[in-house]
Write a protein that binds this ligand. Structure first.
Ligand code: HEC
Length: 193
């Protein structure tokens, strides 16, 4: 008896000639979903190759580098914008609401060194008319808060606060200055009238 006797005529049509120690195989076509996805991959690969190998498409690293250049531009523009006291933006906070917002910024960030209501502790009294770095004006206070005086223990705030938050806290300091709070820290710096 031939080993292929049990095969149907259909099976025999697709049976390949070769025989490996009695092991034979049918020549069925690949599943159509497989062939379709293979063809789709090839179709995708052609424009992909043309774009990335012939037309200067960016690699991930190059793309990231371009993004960093963009980001640095934005950062520089923001730093330049922050560095200048913005009168128009300040006027939006130059009111009771602005002072309230500023008080919150103060309590969250400044109170630890300048004590409650600016009476002074590690940092100087902010309710008197004496100033070490600022000159008691909104512009000079803004500059000191923005850049800090890190060698003297006053942190820079341009990294941690937004421009609006700095303007708000400046408004708060403008409100409390010259109020000479009771039991405040002794005056430091120059008397500014
Ligand atoms: C880690 C402590 C610390 C924190 C937090 C801090 N400061 Fe200061 N600040 C200081 C010190 C210290 C000085 C004085 C530096 C000196 O003696 O030269 C100072 C100085 C200042 C001055 C200048 C005063 C002057 O006499 O010219 C201003 C204005 C000021 N701080 C505002 C703020 C504001 C607003 C915040 C919160 C956003 C803040 N500081 C948070 C420590 C701090």
């Amino acid at each position: 008896m031939n080993q292929n006797d049990h095969l149907t005529e259909e099976d025999k049509k697709v049976l390949l000639d070769h025989d490996y120690d009695g092991i034979q195989e049918f020549d069925y076509p690949l599943p159509s979903w497989w062939t379709a996805s293979f063809v789709l991959c090839c179709l995708f690969a052609i424009p992909y190759m043309i774009y990335y190998m012939g037309m200067g498409g960016l690699s991930i690293a190059q793309g990231q580098q371009m993004d960093m250049v963009e980001l640095n531009k934005v950062r520089t523009a923001y730093a330049v914008k922050m560095a200048k006291f913005d009168d128009a933006a300040y006027s939006a906070f130059n009111n009771d609401e602005g002072a309230k917002l500023g008080a919150v910024v103060y309590e969250d960030n400044c109170l630890s060194c300048h004590e409650e209501k600016g009476k002074g502790d590690i940092g100087p009294n902010l309710t008197d008319a004496y100033w070490i770095h600022a000159k008691g004006t909104k512009e000079t206070i803004y500059e000191v808060v923005l850049n800090g005086r890190e060698d003297k223990g006053m942190p820079t705030w341009k990294e941690d606060l937004t421009k609006d938050e700095i303007l708000q806290v400046v408004k708060y300091l403008m409100v409390i200055k010259d109020t000479n709070i009771a039991d405040g820290k002794e005056p430091q710096g120059e008397l500014i009238k």
